[in-house]
Design a protein around this ligand. Sequence first.
Ligand code: ATP
Ligand code: MG
Length: 626
Amino acid sequence: MPDFNLDQRSEQAPSFYGGVISDHNSVPTSLSQPKENLVAAIALRIRQSLDLESILKQTVAEVRQFLQTDRVLIYRFEPDLSGVIAVESVRKPAQSVYGHKIEDPCFADKHLERYKQGRVHIINDVSTAELTPCYGEVLKNFGVRANLVVPIVASEELWGLLIAHHCDSPRQWQASEVELLKQLATQVGIAVQQAELYDRVKSLNSYLEQKVKQRTAKLQNSIKFETLTRKVTQKIRDSLDEPQILQTVTQEIGQILNIERCKIELYNGDRHHAEVVCEYTTTLPNCQGSIRQVADFPELDQQLLQKESLQFVEISELNPLNTQATRLVCPIFDDRGILGNLWLLRPKEQFFQSSEIMLVEQVANQCAIAIRQARLYQQSQIQVKELARLNFLKDDFLKTISHELRTPMSSIQLASETLEALLEKEMGDHRSATFTKVLNIFRSACHRQNQLVNDLLTLCYIDAEKELMTMQWIDLSVCLPQIVAPFKERINNQQQALIIDLESHLPRFKSDISTIKRTLAELLNNACKYTPSGETITVTASSTNNGIKLSVCNTGIEIPPLEQQRVFDKFYRIPNRDPWKFGGTGIGLALVKNLIQLLNGTIYLNSQPGKTIFTIELPCETTKDL
Ligand code: ATP
Ligand code: MG
């Protein structure tokens, strides 16, 4: 219990002029100090300190000293309006009443409101005063002969009472003393309010600090989570290897969420069982490859198949100590259904937070994308292999069939020529028109079939074609008319116009003449086949920086953009595009492209409404270079 009995020092010189009284030794003792000084000193101390307890202690000590009375105390109310003597300064032989609890049932009814309004209670002589029995009892017990009570109001509430007791005799309290006590009670009220405010600020501060800490932890978590999602997404983008992606996922989750085990199980086709395909574990025995029958866990899989995650605590059979563990299971699914589950295991007391569950669900979604993507890729790889195999078979078949056809076709052609010669000799001009027509059809069909077989063989053995090429100087002003000549009659018959546009002084160039003839003939043939009547076919030849450029343009027809690449594919024909009904097999342009590539040249197509141009660019030596 604190002892503020300062009697022994009462003769000492005063020491509180304007200063802060920080310990008992510096408490003023002089009665002659004007009360303004005391009030000012206490007000200053309140402004400078937030330590309410020591302010109160010093206040009661100084007041008692100032009043030269036996006891000054501060009585503090509890929320239930009982109270306790919280601070006291006492002069011996008066007894200390510090710490006494007082429950005065009459107080709330009789005095509370009045004290709140600032009522001061003055008793000069307890023996003659009219007191309620309980109050009189308290004063008697404390040995009080005269009593002065002023209220301490803080934040508009009655906080406590500042009380001066005179014990050794009755005392006539002076108006100035009452006034002093009132002023001091006001200052104490300020100190209390200030301290309460300070406490509130302190607790607000620590609340905010707590919040900041929580936020920081959350932020750090989100960064970690974000990194994980980015890594997983990146992995999925970079790789099509399903086992490798899933392994990365389990490992990253395992490490970032700091868990004992993370595994991925995938359902079989009819979802009767699920197999653990990859796993990350720090402590537990490995279970990769183990198979779980869905029928054994009907409730679990029912929920998972509805695409809902679940968290539960269970006895771990795998744990030798048979302790419980917390498990989180997130289904791996997409719009086409469920593929498997992502399992996470932690010690039982460590639950998965909702942010962690959200993260694992996100990762499970990414896994679904990865699995679908990888499987699609696998399927397409199988299809590619199958296509390559079929292509090989087709080429093989073509080779065989072309070989097989070649001999009989040559024989038929030879027979037709012999037959024609014989008939010429036998019948001369006496052949009927029908006979001649049939013979012509026979001859041109033979020619077409022979050409087809030759083209097929060239395509099948395109590499061998290179061996047969011989480079020689070519003068297009001489060659081109020869190439064009066979088409002239047909062009005329179809009412098409033909323009040959040769650059003046076109240089000669070095190339394989038969390839040039064959490709130009095929392009011209196409132009004749696909140009409507009344339109124009133009053959152009010009020199370029590094060789020669040849093009065949026909008007009145466009090849749509989507078809432009495909026309160079083997056996591709644009449907319903054969105005003159010549027919074809769709190998002409494929052959041209391959032959031009053998000469290191390129062929490209430009087509727009009403116009189609095939252009060949051949890098070659020209007489310009000489
Ligand atoms: P083949 O040449 O084997 O007798 P084809 O002429 O149909 O048959 P390609 O020469 O490869 O085959 O041509 C492929 C398709 O491209 C043609 O079916 C035709 O529809 C289109 N095509 C080719 N050349 C032209 C052109 N000059 N104008 C318009 N369409 C063309
Ligand atoms: Mg063709």
